[in-house]
Ligand binder design. Sequence first.
Ligand code: GLU
Length: 330
Amino acid sequence: MKNIVILATGGTIAGISESITDTASYHPAILPIQEIIHGIDGPLNQIARISSEQIAQIDSAEMTHQIWFTLANRINTLLADPSVDGIVVTHGTDTLEETAYFLNLVVKSSKPVVVVGAMRPASALSSDGPINLYNAVILAASEEASGKGVLITLNNAINSSRDATKTNTSLQDSFKAPELGYLGYIIDGRPHFYREPTRKHTYMSEFTVDGLTELPLVEIIYGHVDNRSTLAQAAVATGAKGLVYAGLGNGNMSTAMRTAFEEIQNQGVIVVRSTRVSNGVVTRNGAINDDLSNFIVSDTLNPQKASILLALALIKTNDTAEIQRMFWEY
Ligand code: GLU
């Protein structure tokens, strides 16, 4: 039997409401992981030997880089142990995709790592937490999940942590890679994979959390009509080493914003063009001449994931060609 370790961080999967009919008003991060597991002991014990650790007990809005380092180091230590076969991380859904993508870049193992959450609290009628956790353990204990990077499962779907995002504030069918699609499904205790990630991750990654005590500050600036550069300049003045622009369309921007970002780039702060649009590639040298402005494009990474890759990249280099290579590869 496989040995699976569940690392808990809180979120709705550990949430409780006053009424069983509440699915949006509730207190997240209340139940300890032992209690969540206890409700589905029977089915879980059929799949694997389970152990668990409470890494944090937070609403995922409170997630921090320090908790990421603790989590990633713990996962690396556990997976280096030949007796551990896979990891499940329970997490609030609000920032789940970010934690999952960070782990996708710094976990040093091809063993399965699955991040799971729930859209309904544990106390709700038809709570999705138990089935999601059960599916996560199935996935973490499966051979098929090996070498596919950090995975996300909710609502019976298997997603790549690179591509999936939270697409709905409250429905169970929230985590999707809108046009790129699910990697597969988990049905009746069996994962069905139909595709796999093509970008570098986990055991192939050049990034490490070893000895890391902080990440360079990267801020996200949102694009809109009549954008002012004030927020971008304030971010730099308060120590940002990188900016991600959630740009218009193909990462586009007004002349005023381009001029402001060029000045920022000339001060040695790295600027990545991402997009506020939920699908598609941000391409180099479209309406914006990136070669001239020395900008980086995010490829298909959304702004919040681009900010994570940029922060890890900035630990290694300030060379824009090298950082652009990383954005094509991860
Ligand atoms: N806002 C809470 C969090 O992110 C609950 C969201 C959820 O888990 O669905 O932890």
